[in-house]
Design a protein around this ligand. Structure first.
Ligand code: ADP
Ligand code: MG
Length: 493
C-alpha cells in the first residue's frame, strides 16, 4: 500500500536513532528477555514442539494519543453490552446474514448450527464473550480512533501483550529512560480474560468440572494460549484446563443425561474457550462440524456461543454502522453518539439497490476502500486498486459474501522492528499501530452479570503493509506509549 507523503508522524517516546553499539546490545538483550518471558511463538519455517522463537516485537513502545486510548478503554463496556444485545437478537442476526449465507458456505455452516440450536432452545442460557475491539487512528479526523473490527472469537494476544509491557519497560530502563515508564499504561489483559473464564466456571457450579480450550492441530501462538492455561491453574489451583482439537472432541465428546459435555466418558466440561473454529481450515470434515454442534447443544458455557460468533461477522459490523440500526441496541443517546463516532463508512454489497450502488462506488474510487469477506485471522481482505478486478470476477449474488469499508489512514511512527532471523541491528522503519481493547461480558438473554474492560494490546506493522498479522508474519507486538497532543517534549524528532 502506498502511504501519503503528508501523513503525520507521531512524536517518538525517545530520540532515535540509537548509537549502533547500544542498539546491538539492547536488541540482543531484548530478544533473550522476550524468549525467557514468553513473548514467543513456535517457528512456522522450522517448527518444533520443543522450541520457541521470540515473537516479532517493536523495541521501543510506539506512541499513541492518550485521549484516544482512554476513549477506547471507556467505550469497551458499552461495546460489550452492544455485542451481547446483538448476539441475542435473533431477528436481527437472521435478517442481516440472510443474503450472506446464500453464498458464503462457512458462515452458512455456522448459521445452520445457530438455526438448529434455536429450534431446540438453548441448553445453556449463559454465554461468555472475551472480545477485542480493534482500532486505527484516522489522521483526517485528528487521529480519532476508528474501529477496524470487533472480534468475538479467539481474540488473541492478551497473554503476550501483558508481558510485552515488561519487555519494553526493561528496554527503556536499559536505555536510561526510566522516566518514560509512567506513560505506558498497565495491562491486565491476561488476568482480566482468565478471571472471566473462571467467573463462567463459577456460574456452572460443579467443583470437578474443567475448562476446555479448543485448539488448532498445530498451535504456533502457543505461549499466548499457555499463559491463559497457566494463569488459571496458578491462580485457581482447583481448576484444570484441557486442550483438544475439534477432531479430538468429535472422537471423545459425548453428552450426559443432562446434556453435560463429557470427555472420555467422565470429565465434565464447564466452559469451552475456542481458540480455533473461526476459519474453514479448522474443519477438516463433517466430523469437526458435528463436534462444534455437539458442544453448542451441551450445557457447557461457550466462549463464544454460536450467536456471539455470528455477531462478530463483518456483515453484522457493517449493519451496525448504520445509525438507525445502532439505535435498536443502544438506548442512551450519548452512548449512541460515542459509539457512532468510532465507526467509519461500511457498505453492504448485497444483491439489491444499495449493494449495487456500493459496487459502482467501489469501481469509481477503489483507492478509498478495503473489501472484506466473512473471515477472521488476517490475509483475506482486498485493498484499493485490487478491488475492481476482485469485484468484477464475482457474480452479483457472490458479492453479498463481502462488505466494503472506508480505508482508515493512521498516523505514522518511527522505530525498530525486531524479528527472528532478521539482520542485526534493525533499521528504523515507518510503522502504523493498531490498538486492541479487550472486554469481558457474561450473561443470558435478559441480564448481563459481568461487564468490564480487560486490558489492551498494540500490534504494529510496516506502513507499507496492508495488514499486520503477527501470526501471519507481517506485524510485531508492541504496547502504547501515551502522548498528549499539547506535550512539548524535548525528545521530539
Ligand atoms: P481479520 O479478521 O482478518 O483480522 P480485519 O478486518 O481486522 O480482518 O483486517 C485485517 C487487517 O487489515 C487489520 O488488522 C488492518 O491492518 C487492515 N485493515 C482492515 N480494515 C481496514 C481499514 N478500514 N482501513 C485500513 N486498514 C484496514
Ligand atoms: Mg483483525
Amino acid at each position: 500500500m502506498s502511504v501519503d507523503p503528508n501523513t503525520p508522524v507521531l512524536r517518538n517516546c525517545i530520540r532515535l536513532p540509537l548509537p549502533e553499539e547500544e542498539l546491538l546490545e539492547v536488541t540482543a538483550k531484548a530478544k533473550d528477555y522476550a524468549i525467557m518471558h514468553g513473548a514467543a511463538m513456535r517457528s512456522k519455517t522450522s517448527f518444533s514442539p520443543d522450541s520457541l522463537n521470540f515473537a516479532p516485537f517493536v523495541l521501543v513502545p510506539s506512541s499513541f494519543p492518550r485521549k484516544e486510548f482512554e476513549k477506547a478503554v471507556a467505550l469497551q463496556p458499552i461495546i460489550n453490552r452492544l455485542m451481547h444485545n446483538v448476539a441475542h437478537d435473533e431477528e436481527f442476526i437472521t435478517t442481516t446474514l440472510a443474503e450472506t449465507i446464500k453464498v458464503d458456505e462457512f458462515t452458512a455452516n455456522l448459521f445452520n448450527i445457530y438455526r438448529k440450536v434455536l429450534a431446540h432452545g438453548y441448553t445453556q442460557a449463559y454465554s461468555i464473550g472475551l472480545l477485542r475491539s480493534d482500532y486505527l487512528g484516522h489522521v483526517y479526523e485528528g487521529c480519532a480512533i476508528k474501529q477496524v473490527e470487533i472480534n468475538t472469537v479467539a481474540s488473541s494476544f492478551g497473554g503476550i501483550a501483558t508481558h510485552l509491557v515488561q519487555l519494553q519497560n526493561f528496554v527503556l530502563r536499559e536505555l536510561g529512560h526510566a522516566d518514560k515508564l509512567p506513560n505506558m499504561p498497565k495491562n491486565n489483559a491476561l488476568a482480566g480474560l482468565c478471571d472471566g473464564m473462571v467467573k463462567a466456571w463459577d456460574i456452572y457450579a460443579k467443583p470437578q468440572s474443567v475448562i476446555l480450550f479448543i485448539i488448532e492441530d498445530v498451535s504456533y501462538n502457543i505461549c499466548d494460549q499457555r499463559f491463559h492455561e497457566f494463569y488459571i491453574r496458578e491462580t485457581y489451583p482447583h481448576i484444570k484446563v484441557l486442550r483438544r482439537t475439534l477432531t479430538d472432541v468429535h472422537r471423545e465428546g459425548k453428552l450426559g443425561l443432562n446434556k453435560e459435555l463429557l470427555l472420555g466418558g467422565k470429565l465434565e466440561v464447564a466452559v469451552i474457550y475456542f481458540r480455533a473454529g473461526y476459519e474453514p481450515g479448522h474443519y477438516h470434515s463433517q466430523d469437526e462440524w458435528d463436534a462444534r454442534y455437539l458442544m453448542e447443544t451441551s450445557l457447557a458455557i461457550k466462549c463464544p456461543s454460536i450467536q456471539y460468533h455470528l455477531a462478530g461477522t463483518k456483515k453484522v459490523q457493517q449493519a451496525l454502522a448504520q445509525p438507525a440500526v445502532l439505535e435498536r441496541f443502544i438506548n442512551d443517546p450519548e452512548e449512541m453518539k460515542a459509539v457512532g463516532k468510532i465507526f467509519t463508512g461500511l457498505y453492504s454489497l448485497d444483491d439489491n439497490d444499495a449493494g449495487n450502488a456500493t459496487y459502482e462506488m467501489a469501481l469509481r474510487t477503489p483507492e478509498k476502500f478495503v473489501l472484506k469477506p466473512q473471515r477472521e485471522g488476517g490475509g483475506n481482505n482486498v485493498y484499493g486498486v485490487d478491488i475492481p478486478e476482485a469485484l468484477k470476477r464475482m457474480s452479483r449474488v457472490e458479492r453479498s459474501a463481502w462488505i466494503l469499508m472506508d480505508l482508515i489512514h493512521p498516523p505514522l511512527t518511527k522505530g525498530y522492528m525486531v524479528r527472528p532471523g532478521a539482520e542485526m541491528p534493525p533499521t528504523i522503519v515507518d510503522m502504523v499501530s493498531e490498538l486492541g481493547i479487550f472486554g469481558v461480558v457474561i450473561g443470558d438473554a435478559d441480564h448481563i452479570i459481568h461487564n468490564y474492560q480487560a486490558g489492551h494490546m498494540l500490534r504494529t506493522k510496516l506502513s507499507t503493509a496492508n495488514e499486520g498479522g503477527v501470526a501471519a508474519g507481517l506485524g510485531a507486538l508492541d504496547s502504547p506509549y501515551l502522548i498528549d497532543s499539547d506535550d512539548d517534549d524535548e525528545d521530539e524528532n
